[in-house]
Design a protein around this ligand. Structure first.
Ligand SMILES: *Cc1c(COP(=O)(O)O)cnc(C)c1O
Length: 230
């Protein structure tokens, strides 16, 4: 087994352990391999080791990789980066899910251009940090109602990136806050069942607080090339 396959297996084992420790079924947690900055060959290796869900942050990178890997028919792309309205047309053709809806204009554009049904999640700026993407918690109910009314979009959950901290445990109250918000919304949105939360550092804590989608990059692929835009 190559190093990538070993790291992937290790993350899967941790996902299972954290699920069982929380009294949850491991099947209720889906691992998204965050592959930004990684070459298509690394994704192919992960795919060969059984990985099917991949997360990308940049529209152009998603488009390029989805072309390179078009032969992997059951691979699912999750768009997890900040989405600009003018990039929607690039993302809709490739993505099975978009995790980062934080304003109605982007959702409307997605709805207009989506060639097929699309799962979407509302990104929440859970601690109302300045300069951070995501809708404020107080604005989420109205946004969720408006998004849910759009054709072709299925509002399936909430996503958050908690404030940066040095310890995994520091994320726990933020994950719990997102889970509470989702539980409140479920009264009006029974299909809002997904919680996209937890990254390499803190996915075990996120699973303890109810994560159904964990977004793990470096723990699977190792360090990535420096951040780029586009
Ligand atoms: C890069 C990224 C991740 C993965 O981060 P790691 O620390 O490498 O696991 C998860 N979610 C989002 C939104 C990201 O941008």
């Amino acid at each position: 087994m190559g190093q990538l396959a070993e790291q992937l297996e290790e993350v899967r084992a941790h996902v299972r352990e954290a699920s069982l420790a929380a009294g949850r079924s491991p099947d209720a947690v889906r691992l998204i391999a965050v592959s930004k900055g990684q070459p298509a060959s690394a994704l192919r290796e992960a795919y060969a080791a059984g990985q099917r869900d991949f997360g990308e942050n940049y529209a152009q990178e998603l488009v390029a990789k989805s072309r390179e890997l078009a032969d992997l028919l059951d691979l699912r792309w999750h768009f997890i980066g900040h989405l600009q309205r003018n990039k929607v047309k690039d993302v809709v053709g490739a993505a099975a899910a978009v995790h980062t809806i934080d304003r109605l204009a982007v959702a409307e554009e997605l709805s207009r251009r989506a060639p097929h049904d699309l799962d979407v999640l509302v990104e929440v700026n859970i601690e109302a940090e300045p300069q951070k993407a995501g809708a404020l918690a107080v604005d989420v109910p109205a946004l969720a109602r408006a998004v849910d009314a759009l054709p072709r979009l299925h509002l399936v959950g909430l996503m958050a990136i908690p404030p940066a901290g040095d310890a995994a445990e520091a994320s726990r109250p933020h994950f719990a806050a997102l889970a509470r918000l989702a539980a409140e919304l479920r009264a009006d949105h029974p299909r809002l069942v997904e919680l996209s939360m937890g990254m390499s550092q803190d996915y075990a804590v996120a699973i303890g607080e109810g994560a159904t989608l964990v977004r793990v990059g470096t723990a699977i692929f190792g360090a990535r090339a420096p951040k780029r835009t586009g």
